[in-house]
Design a protein around this ligand. Sequence first.
Ligand SMILES: Nc1nc2c(ncn2[C@@H]2O[C@H](COP(=O)(O)OP(=O)(O)OP(=O)(O)O)[C@@H](O)[C@H]2O)c(=O)[nH]1
Ligand SMILES: [Mg+2]
Length: 613
Amino acid sequence: MTTHGDSATRSGAPAVAARTGPPDAAEEPPATTGDDSLPGALSGLRAAIGATRYPLALPSAASARHAASALTDQLDDYLLPRLARLDAPLLVVVGGSTGAGKSTLVNSLVKARVSAAGVLRPTTRSPVLVCNPADASWFRQGDLLPGLTRTTEPSDDPRSLHLVTAPALPPGLAFLDAPDIDSVVDANRALASQLLAAADLWLFVTTAARYADAVPWELLRSARARGAVIAMVLDRVPAEASDEIAAHLAEMLAAQDLGRAPLFVLPETWVDGQGLLPEGVTAALADWFARLAADADARAAVVRQTLDGALAALHPAVEELADAADEQVTAADGLDERVRGAYRGAERTVEQGLKDGRLLRGEVLARWQEFVGTGEFFRTLEARIGRLRDRVVAAVTGRPAPAAELRNAIESQLVTLLRGVASEAAESAYTGWKAHPAGADLLEPGLAYPSDDLPERAERMVRDWQRGVLELVRVEGGDKRFVARTAAYAVNATGLAVMIAVFASTAFIPTGLELATGAGTTVAAQAVLQAIFGDQAVRTLAAKARVDLLARVRTLLDAEADRFLTRTAEARPAEAAGDALRRAAGRVELARHRSGLATGDGALPVGDEGGSR
Ligand SMILES: Nc1nc2c(ncn2[C@@H]2O[C@H](COP(=O)(O)OP(=O)(O)OP(=O)(O)O)[C@@H](O)[C@H]2O)c(=O)[nH]1
Ligand SMILES: [Mg+2]
């Protein structure tokens, strides 16, 4: 345990000591200004933390959100206001297990009933801050713990801070009686850790019955890890077990590298009519605080050590946030890729379908044969194909021209294909997301299927494409190649031929053709197809029409994929959020080293000799 003399108290504190003194000394402009000052770097870090979101449901996200809000709180509650006023009174946060006697202890140290103590657990729900009347203005201003509303009356609202003054408490020191750290009340626990993060010195109160509990030790370890100054009170120790318990606790402290924290052992005793402990019981602790209050250098050293420890702890904490932010970006990319993969697959299926002739079957084929069979088609072609006409004219029947029916057949064949691939893609993207925790969290059942209006949009898309093909024929093929100049039906017929050519865009002619219908018609249809594919002009038009169709298909499927992608886009953090956090933390680290705060040796600068053990 610590037994420091006053000589140790004054060592290594010049940087901070120079800043202590009358309050107006702090009115001087800070030594460094601009972005690389410590406050500037901290503000930058605060902004970077505030700007980063962790919306995707990854294992790291919940703890990152929690850590980010704790860091933001600590920056606002403590680091920024404390750096701005290094000479402000030292804040001792009294924390510990429920019912350990924290409020009773604070009341006894300030010799007044400032905080209600009681048998109901938890008694303290809203923090009580007690200071000398001379220090009250600093705490009233609200720079420290700015989120807590100052009250002058006791309150149960955890977002309020009850300010009390006690003349018996020397200036330079303030006690904050916190709610229990291991509370059954969630708000109490959260508030207790927020308050501890704002402490210059943590006075940890436990009892003979509670000192081995897990929660306090977790908090003690994390306080130790960030270099916070800690003092321990073992309260209500039965006289007969005092030595044994004190020795055990001292062992536990040493094992946690907290061996240098002063330990005060208070015997079990009766409280007086006011609920205060007898002065004899608290004397050693009261004396220790009186000496700390009287020694500006010692107080400055405590502030400096806790402050520097908290600043040093920022870097690794922010590194974890940055990793979590990177994971968010990687996960969002991964989810997007699953969707894009699914819809690229759909596009490829359509492309493949245009190549392998699968569209040139059934209804389309039947209508095509009818269409060709009427002879209408041939009459629209120029002499070049006229030779062909001569060859097949015998096979031509006199059935009515079913151009419109062929167009409808083409439309419904394409729409069926599109509905099929859109269904497959939606199902595959949905399953892909379902298998990922963040993806599953973004899904809703409807996403497993194509949009409700997909059939309608697909029909419209195909009709637009068909119109586009006719326009293409009119513009590019209409003047001299094979379309009679003035005949609208010729444009129509050639357009349909081009569409058919798109459906089998190589010289490949589906084998089903020969088997399709009556022999005469088949011969004609096949011969015409051969003629069509053999014609360079038709091939060129078909190639363009095919590119156009695929572009429209892509637009249609993109809109389907967007139902997924907008969800990740909304959730996605900025691409460089992780690096922005790392840079901001790096700047703080640099400014911290330059500030000269980091000179403490980790030991409490006030000895506890004459203390209680
Ligand atoms: N006999 C005796 N009673 C004590 C002592 N310290 C506290 N008490 C009583 O124990 C009960 C709890 O004390 P509090 O001071 O309210 O404890 P607390 O740690 O502030 O409790 P919470 O605010 O609920 O976390 C009260 O009834 C006190 O009067 C003591 O040393 N001896
Ligand atoms: Mg209390």
